[in-house]
Design a protein around this ligand. Structure first.
Ligand code: CP3
Length: 337
């Protein structure tokens, strides 16, 4: 698989490409299946339909990898938290973590209740072309903790950061419990058939450098190391979003570093390109305009020429991006590189 070769810095005939959030509302086919499922969580819990939307972008865009269709929040859900998705508002937990008693009630074996994810994986792997990779994923402990503490998406992360500064040990206890769940969850995804795993630390940028290294990156590295020691043939991708100010401090036992769109790619290459394959980092909104999309793409391919690279966006696809441009983008990368 071209994607897996690139993860391990082996030579590839062209630059592999896939997009974060490549399955989603910008595809009418997705909206159709989602309607059939009823709502978003029912879609995640329905292996047949979840597998169908996992495969859609591979067929429509010809990307080199599929990413499991699910959500990072199914782990807190199966740790015992009540989760709802509300139109226009995003995810909400009705009883966020407030104190040690709330944390004690959460389980450490969420992975035993996530069979719908493993069934989606095995069904998808059966139907996916042999030369395309299937990526499994989870949210990073810090990013998941913000949802579990705030109860929803947040602009300030004030509740989570209040705990971080007033009671750091309590935050560590929360992060340790989440980490334990995630190690076993990714391991189960590997046993079900994923070819690579990715950890999304979407809200890394909410923390100052010292806090991120202690409460965020430390746990990402711990998960990566757990997987690499047991499954060295499975590439591990880490994506801490918005930390370009301290790329010097990034190290660990993993294979691919996901570069977000706010990080200059040449800087990431200088700091991390010798050690890791870089994945990224087109600003997603460039896809609104074909000319700007191709201009940004050429710049990225030129910077990464001769260096291990997986093309991706610098964050997820947006619901109203024009699909024709996304299709043209994949074709361009395959031909140009
Ligand atoms: O990338 C993919 O195509 C695979 C599927 C995937 C989803 N969510 C599907 C989804 C992945 C990898 C995620 C990860 C995820 N989920 C993250 C980390 C990545 C990132 O974007 O930074 C986060 C923070 C979440 C939490 C989450 N899930 C939010 C904030 C929302 C609401 C935002 C929105 O777009 O409405 C979701 C819902 C969600 N997850 C949707 C999809 C396709 C939209 C649901 C729908 O309305 O159909």
């Amino acid at each position: 698989m071209v994607f897996i070769d690139a993860c391990f810095k082996r030579r590839t005939p062209y630059t592999p490409v896939w997009f974060m959030r490549q399955a989603g509302r910008y595809l009418s086919e997705y909206k159709e299946v989602r309607k059939q499922a009823g709502d978003f969580l029912s879609l995640c819990k329905n292996p047949k339909l979840a597998s169908e939307v996992t495969l859609q972008p591979v067929e429509i865009l010809n990307v080199d990898a599929a990413i499991l269709f699910s959500d990072i929040l199914v782990v807190p859900l199966e740790m015992g938290m009540d989760l709802g998705f509300f139109a226009g508002e995003g995810p909400k937990f009705s009883s966020p973590i407030r104190d040690a008693k709330d944390l004690t009630q959460l389980s450490e074996d969420a992975h035993t209740r996530l069979n719908y994810v493993y069934d989606t994986i095995s069904l998808t792997r059966q139907n996916l072309a042999k030369d395309k990779a299937l990526i499994g994923f989870c949210g990073a402990p810090w990013t998941l903790a913000t949802y579990m503490i705030e109860g929803e998406g947040s602009k300030t992360y004030a509740k989570s950061k209040k705990i971080l500064y007033q009671n750091p040990q309590f935050l560590h206890n929360i992060l340790e419990k989440i980490t334990q769940n995630l190690k076993l969850y990714l391991e189960s995804q590997i046993k079900a058939g994923v070819d690579a795993v990715m950890v999304f630390d979407s809200w890394a940028s909410a923390l100052e450098e010292s806090a991120y290294l202690e409460f965020g990156w430390k746990y990402c590295k711990e998960i990566a190391d757990y997987i690499k020691v047991k499954y060295s043939h499975i590439p591990v991708i880490l994506f801490p979003k918005g930390i370009s100010g301290f790329l010097d401090k990034i190290d660990g036992n993993f294979d691919v570093f996901g570069v977000d769109w706010s990080t200059p790619l040449a800087l990431a290459k200088e700091k991390l390109g010798a050690k890791y394959t870089l994945q990224g980092n087109l600003e997603p909104c460039r896809i609104y305009d074909k000319e700007m999309m191709l201009k940004g793409t050429k710049e990225i391919l030129e910077i990464m020429q001769g260096s291990a690279h997986i093309f991706n966006l610098g964050h997820g696809m947006l619901p109203d991006l024009p699909r024709e441009n996304a299709i043209a983008l994949v074709e361009f990368i395959h031909n140009y590189s």
